[in-house]
Design a protein. Structure first.
Length: 334
């Protein structure tokens, strides 16, 4: 397995990488990566129960991208460039073909993010996992120059919210997704009820979008004040994480079209609009906060980086103890 994945790891080498796979530890040199006075930023995450969809569908190539995305998207929101990544892959009995597909996805995610896959751990634990089951965890470290960390200190009323389109459900809410699939009596190899061109498994396993390169370009251009990666907690709970106490995000859900997968989940599962906004990304995988006079330039840079960009709202002063993220116009999410 180690020999099979060495070429995959080698394909992710970037400046600063100082060792290959196989040792007891891995080295990285931030100075060689071009940083003068870096602050290191670290994240760890997993793919959650989306893995059960991959296991039940027999498709393992995309979850590695998901694993990287869940970590590196959390780095970029702090203005940090991802430098390196390590993975932990645990299973009852190693299936080399499935394992290689998973690591190939991790390597692809690292290439998309511009970070090096410098190590990891593959653990066989008989008795801990049922036949065919496995779990994944990822760990990534990034760096930012000391004076460019986000969120900036001047986030406040009047700032504009840009929403970057997601590729689908990404990697959150799959316990509910799986219950809705079971309730609907469909299988993962059948056509998706919301997209006849794909199987349901393929549609639900679309990898999480990695926003690193486009967002870092906008950060380096000085057009971004803050970002929120829309993961578990959706639009309701993630945007407030980057806002000062006295500020509210007013999000207008009529400014983008709810993707068909979410419309199906809402209707099939009987999920109320506000719970959709609290559970799923609902088509917006990253929210970007910009000064009003920088929003157009930020949107241009992000579009040049391949993003689909919507202007989805503004920040305003908070009134009383109201929630810091207000989503309106989503009454028709069925």
């Amino acid at each position: 397995m180690v020999e099979a994945i060495k070429p995959l790891a080698k394909s992710t080498i970037r400046s600063g990488t100082a060792a290959g796979l196989g040792g007891f530890g891995a080295l990285f040199d931030p100075k060689a990566a071009g940083f003068k006075d870096p602050i290191l930023v670290a994240t760890t995450d997993g793919v959650g129960t989306k893995l059960k969809v991959a296991i039940d569908s027999g498709r393992h190539d995309g979850v590695g991208i998901d694993l990287v995305a869940m970590c590196v998207n959390d780095l970029v929101v702090q203005g940090a460039e991802p430098l390196f990544f390590l993975d932990y892959f645990a299973t009852g009995k190693l299936d080399v073909a499935a394992g290689k597909a998973i690591i190939a996805g991790i390597a692809e995610g690292c290439r998309q993010a511009g970070c090096a896959l410098i190590g990891g751990e593959t653990a066989e634990m008989p008795g801990m996992y049922s036949h065919g089951d496995y779990d994944l965890a990822g760990f990534s470290v990034g760096a930012a120059e000391r004076d460019t960390l986000l969120p900036a200190g001047d986030v406040g009323p009047g700032d504009v919210l840009l929403g970057l389109a997601s590729t689908g459900v990404h990697s959150n809410g799959y316990s509910l997704v799986r219950r809705i699939v079971a309730k609907g009596g469909v299988t993962y190899d059948q056509s998706a009820p919301f997209d006849a061109t794909k199987s349901l498994g393929d549609a639900l396993l679309t990898p999480t979008r990695i926003y690193v390169k486009s967002c870092m370009a906008a950060v380096k251009a000085g057009t971004i004040k803050a970002m929120a990666h829309i993961t578990g907690g959706g639009l309701i709970e993630n945007v407030p994480r980057v806002l000062p106490e006295g500020v509210v995000a007013d999000i207008d859900a009529t400014t983008w079209e709810l993707p068909p997968v979410f419309r199906w989940l809402a209707a099939e599962g009987g999920v109320a609009a506000q719970e959709m906004a609290r559970t799923f990304n609902c088509g917006i995988g990253m929210v970007v906060v910009c000064a009003a006079d920088k929003a157009e330039e930020a949107a241009r840079i992000l579009r040049e980086g391949g993003e689909t960009v919507f202007t989805i709202g503004k920040l305003r002063a908070r009134q009383g103890d109201e929630a810091q993220s207000q989503v309106s116009g989503n009454e028709g999410w069925r």
